[in-house]
Structures are given as structure tokens and as C-alpha cells.
Design a protein around this ligand. Structure first.
Ligand code: SF4
Ligand code: SF4
Ligand code: SF4
Length: 224
């Protein structure tokens, strides 16, 4: 069985490079980056959230630290998640009618001007709440509040490239479901096209049978 841990190591390095500004030249050509991002979301889903976004990276790392420290970890039950997963879309719809939310501005400040974001009282308190909750729940902001994530997620549902599950090899252990930071039931589907998928590849990494692969939807499985 081939280990896919290297995927998470590469992802960690990529997130760290974006967070520390090592990939700054990519960001200053924002217009070119935005064009590529638009097409990449349509074709392959939301790599930005899983690999680039600093706030997503921080939430991932806090969850990782909390697990290492054996802090209690909560997963929103799927019965509740199936309704809660729409919050960011509802917030997006409300925001298009001019209803703004202070916590969304706080995240915006954090990504774009960390010092001011942290110094403003509302920004500081709300960020602290999100960061502390990220110790106990996977990516709370991404899952339920982020408007950018909502827009990209909606665009990504037509993607022809995504994670494909080989049902013949699958032993239905549900490790993919339990490790998905966006609480998606991977085992329930043959091709992940969920709008909340952030292409973190964690499901691929943990699958003990290597039956998840990132590929074109109709590409047949290789015979061995
Ligand atoms: S959902 Fe929002 S906060 Fe989360 S990684 Fe994506 S853009 Fe960043
Ligand atoms: S981790 Fe792999 S084997 Fe287990 S349920 Fe998911 S796809 Fe199937
Ligand atoms: S389905 Fe897989 S790639 Fe998508 S968010 Fe969940 S673990 Fe990450």
C-alpha cells in the first residue's frame, strides 16, 4: 500500500510559503492569478482554500496542534451538518442585499491587514472566537461563514476533475469521512463534487486502500 502522506507535507509547505509571503510574486500579479483561479475552480475545484488561504492554513494548524495535545475534538453530526452547511450560502445571499456582518470584516482585516484586524476590538474578539473554536472543530469559519468559500464552492460544482472513489476497492471504513475537515461524506459518493470540498486531499491521504484518486470524472480505473 502506497502512503500518500507526502500530499499533506507538500500542502503544509505550500500553505506556509503563502502565509509567510514567500510566494509573494504570485500575489502581486493578482489579476493574472485571479484569471487562473477562476478557470482552475471551474475545472478542478477550490484549491485556493485547501492550499493557499492563510486563514484556512491557520485553522488547519490549530486543529493539528489540538489533536497532538489530545484536546477534545467535535464533529458536527451529519444530521445537523446537512442544514448547517448552507449557512455560508445564506450569509452570501443576505450580503448581496447589503446586510453586512462584523465577523466577516474581521476575517477580511486579518487576511489583508493583520495588525489592524487584530487591534480593532470587534476584529480581535471575533477572530479569537474563531481561532479558539478551530481548536475543537475543523475549520469553523470555512465551513459556516466564509463568503469567498461560498462563491468558489458554488462555481466548483460543475468541475470535471475531482476525487473519484473506486467502490470495488472500498472497504467502507469511513476514515475519509471522519478526516474530512469540511465534514463531507466521501464514502457516500463515487465522485466528490460537493461545493464545500476544499481539495485538501486528506481523504486521499487517509484511505487505507488507496481507492481515492484525483482524476477526470469519466476516466476508467486502471486494471491491475
Ligand atoms: S473558506 Fe474562506 S477562509 Fe476558508 S480557506 Fe477558503 S477563502 Fe479562506
Ligand atoms: S477511506 Fe477509503 S476504504 Fe475507507 S471508506 Fe473511504 S474510500 Fe472507502
Ligand atoms: S472531500 Fe477530501 S479533498 Fe474534499 S475537503 Fe474533504 S477531505 Fe478534503
Amino acid at each position: 500500500m502506497k502512503s500518500k502522506k507526502f500530499l499533506q507535507i507538500i500542502r503544509f509547505i505550500t500553505q506556509a510559503c503563502f502565509l509567510t509571503g514567500l510566494f509573494f510574486p504570485v500575489i502581486i500579479h493578482a489579476d493574472v492569478a485571479a484569471k487562473y483561479m477562476f478557470w482552475s475552480v471551474l475545472l478542478c475545484g477550490v484549491f485556493f482554500c485547501g492550499w493557499v488561504c492563510p486563514f484556512g492554513a491557520i485553522q488547519d494548524w490549530l486543529a493539528w496542534i489540538a489533536r497532538k495535545l489530545k484536546c477534545p475534538h467535535f464533529r458536527v453530526p451529519h444530521k445537523v451538518q446537512k442544514y448547517l452547511q448552507f449557512t455560508r450560502y445564506i450569509l452570501y445571499a443576505l450580503s448581496t442585499f447589503g446586510i453586512t456582518f462584523v465577523f466577516l470584516n474581521a476575517r477580511y482585516n486579518f487576511n489583508h491587514d493583520m495588525v489592524n484586524g487584530m487591534l480593532s476590538v470587534s476584529g480581535g474578539i471575533i477572530l479569537a472566537v474563531f481561532l479558539i473554536s478551530a481548536l475543537f472543530i475543523d475549520r469553523p469559519f470555512c465551513n459556516y461563514f466564509c463568503l469567498k468559500g461560498a462563491v468558489d464552492g458554488m462555481m466548483s460544482i460543475v468541475r470535471p476533475f475531482s476525487i473519484k472513489r473506486n467502490n470495488q476497492k472500498c472497504i467502507h471504513c469511513h476514515l475519509c469521512d471522519r478526516n474530512c475537515p469540511m465534514n463531507i461524506l466521501v464514502e457516500n459518493t463515487n465522485f466528490v463534487r460537493h461545493p464545500n470540498c476544499i481539495n485538501c486531499m486528506k481523504c486521499i491521504t487517509v484511505c487505507p486502500k488507496n481507492c481515492l484518486t484525483f482524476k477526470l470524472m469519466n476516466l476508467p480505473e486502471k486494471k491491475k
